[in-house]
Design a protein around this ligand. Sequence first.
Ligand SMILES: Cc1cc2nc3c(=O)[nH]c(=O)nc-3n(C[C@H](O)[C@H](O)[C@H](O)COP(=O)(O)OP(=O)(O)OC[C@H]3O[C@@H](n4cnc5c(N)ncnc54)[C@H](O)[C@@H]3O)c2cc1C
Ligand code: FES
Ligand code: FES
Length: 467
Amino acid sequence: MIQFILNDQLIQTDAPPGTALLDFIRKDQQLKGAKLVCKEGECGACSVMVGKLEKGTVFYQSMTSCITPLVNAHGKHIVSIEGFNMEELTPVQQAMVDSYGTQCGFCTPGFVVSLSGYLLSNKTLTKEGIIAAIDGNICRCTGYKSIERAAGLVLEKVKKDLPVVDIEGLVKSKFIPAYFMDISSRLKDLEQATPQNGNAIRLGGGTDLYVQKPVEMYESDHVAVYDNSAMNQIEIADGFCSFGAAVTMGDLYRSELFNQALPDSDYIFKLLSSTQIRNMATIGGNLVNASPIGDFTILLLALDSEITLEKNGNGRSVSLKEFYKGYKKMDMQEGEVLTKIKFKIPGAKNHFHFEKVSQRKYFDIASVNLAGNLTIEEDKITTAHMAVGGVGPVPMYLQKTCSFLEGKKLAEDTIDSAIEVLNNEITPISDARGSADYKRLLARQLFIAQFLEVNPGLFNLKKLIGQ
Ligand SMILES: Cc1cc2nc3c(=O)[nH]c(=O)nc-3n(C[C@H](O)[C@H](O)[C@H](O)COP(=O)(O)OP(=O)(O)OC[C@H]3O[C@@H](n4cnc5c(N)ncnc54)[C@H](O)[C@@H]3O)c2cc1C
Ligand code: FES
Ligand code: FES
């Protein structure tokens, strides 16, 4: 049985665990505030807050309920727009009215949930942060400026009324209803272990599965890994960073340890989907989905990562660069679960960089993405690990190009010759993300960008890009 708290109400249900959370909220519970629009995680109209008990307190994150499996709600507090409503408008709802932030109103519940959720999930509030919290919400009529003004009004009010932003303060100043005060003790009384439903499909956040096969997911057997506590840890030891496959992009974004391992990686996370999707998207799911343009896959390939696969208590390690065998084919046996990912933390002589080009700068999948981890000693490239996505049937570790680079001088001639090797190694095709020629050009430019990152003053950019 799946148990969770929906707004103020305890839910105990035998509904199929693969039901989309939004369908359960709208059809079974007849709460129609969260809207069904794209059903692909793209628009945010179905946003809910998901609260999870962590070290005795509830940590809230926004998610798109249209592609959230019901089983992933187990043991949690789910807040739809109805869960924020009180007799009078909340300051967030009032700010949307005062700044003319709503017209047809279809997107409005999602925006209000994301804005209110930002207050629930952050202690330090900033203008940049509150705007980033609505990066997964789309409005087709109002125009974002008025919604941004609403966000500004919310921030002003919080700063004026709340010396400390916590649940008690938010309740007192009527941002959230009083029942929020009891949620942590009510969650402690719930069964926390996630119910399982067979052993067919490994289910992470569902952000790929529910877009690719929403109907099958409804009734399918699965093993839910999203809340597997053994796969949710992030560690640093002996110069390596390792983390469980159920860790999400959002977990890594917030992790101080991951930030120590890859400092200044903020810019990377901002290029990955939206706040809601990052909170759901596991790294294991990104790797096993095996998309040739999976961003984290490309990043982890360039870090020469190692993964652990387990079945019936037996584990084996595989180098990520050996994992992909063909389009969506992996060195993975039936029933194996990807449990862990590990990489050596780049040192002072390493230069790690990730680049992504997509049709929209934010909230889009890549046309081509490329990451590199180059070790430079004096003026020599001593080791090279580079990976590129979108130019072949698999996320591609650039074996030949890297072998060519190793031991060579860091110079324009080396880069020119390496581009020839790169061009022979990649096999782009034309599709909705661009023509084969365009992708070849992107791969080349992103490759050059890796070297400019190492030392922009060393190269004649115009000569390198052939102008
Ligand atoms: C709106 C939207 C935007 C997106 N933007 C991006 C983006 O910018 N960049 C990007 O890279 N991706 C993006 N994605 C794709 C997706 O979010 C990621 O690939 C994500 O990491 C998948 O993780 P998940 O936990 O949701 O996987 P799921 O959908 O749960 O699973 C994906 C696959 O992995 C398998 N699986 C999951 N966990 C395990 C495990 N531990 N062991 C074995 N098999 C497992 C599943 O069986 C399934 O085959 C986007 C998706 C959406 C819907
Ligand atoms: S309906 Fe569009 S994100 Fe869920
Ligand atoms: S108000 Fe109509 S979509 Fe936003």
